[in-house]
Design a protein around this ligand. Structure first.
Ligand code: GAL
Length: 430
């Protein structure tokens, strides 16, 4: 049951250009939509011509979540998409820090645009391939091509701020996708609750230390790209609060009430998986007492697992954890080298992002059930921005069938071909 109602908005025939960027949705009996206060007054024409009425849906996170991987909620956006003008430019960050952008974000965003009634000419999805200059150039090209909304996952705050400034100068709405851009009071943010993502990683780690019977854990933590990505800072706040009892960066040598000792805590610069693997290899070579590890995503977990396998460490011995529920991560989980991963249903993030972009592109104020939260720069908590925040889940061998397989997030054939049918059957995966 989709939890959404439709307001029919009678749009008065307007003889002049309406500068409606974030204009409010007028109820049917209200006066015609007027331009935003800063724009020149709008003079309603005497034109008797009937104007097309546009049905503006009240589409919220719940309705999108309820319809889930069917993308059926997107159909409610068709009138709004038809009423809007211009391109939506999407720019993803890279293809290496995580498999997600190629495997999930790009195809799901395309599916959401098409399900919302966009033509292929009205949206453009690019990947910056890890290069700041490319990400900025793509944003400029989208604006030149008539973008009214940019949906950007910034490689770092420098290029994120440059793109926000460019969008602002050109009257283009900016949505910071998955990673925040804290510049600009009406820059929208859409992501999962990143501290909660970290807490799931921390709890998955602690449960696994117990399940794998790790005695007197000597813990090495490989953080995500905290040098470039505010999400990584929040992920760490989450897992540190669960493991060490407080969210700030733990000190090497620190212990907790369960006898865990932190023997290393390092950042993988820019989320670079190869650099993360080299950092862990150096630490493990120097200290073979390490018997439990925390990683901020599946790519980094896999880098650690490769190093452990090279050192001859058998499965179910040294816990690793991650996020993104990538197929690599799920293989490592079923083969008992990784305890689990945070499953972020990216098909929900993509649909919510397209819904938000569609409201903004049509000059409408997005409903509060969609923009359900806020975000703020940790360095400047007063700079609060509107946000769409979604719910993450922990996935391991026990619930893999009921989550990423059932949702068709992971192609079951590819997964079982990689780990063997017997391993899948043993985990109840079909
Ligand atoms: C984060 C994102 C995660 C993680 C990482 C690597 O910002 O939220 O899903 O995988 O980037 O790109």
């Amino acid at each position: 049951m989709l939890n959404s109602r439709k307001f029919t908005v009678a749009i008065a025939s307007i003889a002049v250009i309406v500068v409606a960027c974030g204009g409010s949705v007028a109820t049917p009996s209200a006066a015609p939509i007027v331009a935003t206060p800063s724009a020149p007054p709008v003079v309603a024409s005497a034109s008797p011509a009937a104007v097309p009425s546009a049905a503006v849906p009240v589409l919220d996170v719940k309705a999108i979540t309820d319809s889930g991987a069917s993308f059926s909620a997107m159909a409610q956006l068709k009138d709004l998409a038809a009423a809007g003008k211009g391109l939506v430019g999407v720019i993803l960050p890279d293809a290496t820090s995580s498999g997600r952008y190629i495997s999930y974000d790009a195809p799901y965003l395309k599916q959401a645009f098409l399900a919302a009634g966009y033509t292929e000419a009205q949206f453009k999805i690019d990947n910056a391939q890890g290069t700041d200059a490319t990400e900025l150039a793509l944003a400029q090209a989208d604006i030149t091509a008539g973008a009214k909304v940019l949906l950007v996952d910034p490689l770092n705050s420098t290029v994120g701020n440059q793109i926000q400034a460019l969008a602002d100068q050109n009257g283009v709405k900016m949505i910071s996708y998955d990673r925040a851009t804290f510049q600009g009071k009406d820059t929208y943010y859409i992501s999962f609750d990143n501290v909660q993502v970290g807490k799931l990683i921390g709890q998955g780690f602690v449960d696994c230390v117990k399940a794998w019977n790790v005695k007197s854990p000597k813990v090495f933590t490989l953080n995500g790209g905290q040098d470039v990505d505010p999400n990584a800072i929040d992920f760490a706040k989450g897992y540190n609060s669960v493991i060490w009892g407080k969210s700030d960066t733990p000190k090497v040598g620190q212990t907790n009430s369960d006898g865990y000792t932190l023997v290393g805590d390092q950042v993988a610069p820019g989320w670079d998986n190869a650099k993360g693997g080299a950092i862990f290899t150096q630490a493990y070579t120097a200290n073979k007492a390490i018997n439990a590890t925390v990683e901020a995503n599946d790519g980094l977990a896999n880098a650690v697992i490769v190093a452990l396998k090279k050192a001859g460490v058998p499965a179910k011995t040294i816990p690793t954890v991650g996020q993104d529920a990538t197929i690599q991560g799920m293989q490592n989980v079923l083969q008992n080298f990784q305890c689990g991963s945070v499953y972020k249903p990216i098909y929900l993030e993509a649909q919510a992002a397209v819904a938000l972009a569609t409201y903004l592109r049509a000059g409408q104020t997005p409903p509060s059930g969609l923009v359900n939260g806020t975000t703020a720069d940790p360095k400047n908590p007063a700079s609060v921005q509107p946000a769409v925040l979604l719910v993450p889940y922990w996935v391991n061998a026990a619930n893999m069938q009921a989550t990423v397989i059932k949702d068709k997030f992971i192609p079951v054939k590819d997964l079982c071909d990689a780990v063997t049918a017997a391993v899948c059957t043993a985990a109840g995966i079909q």
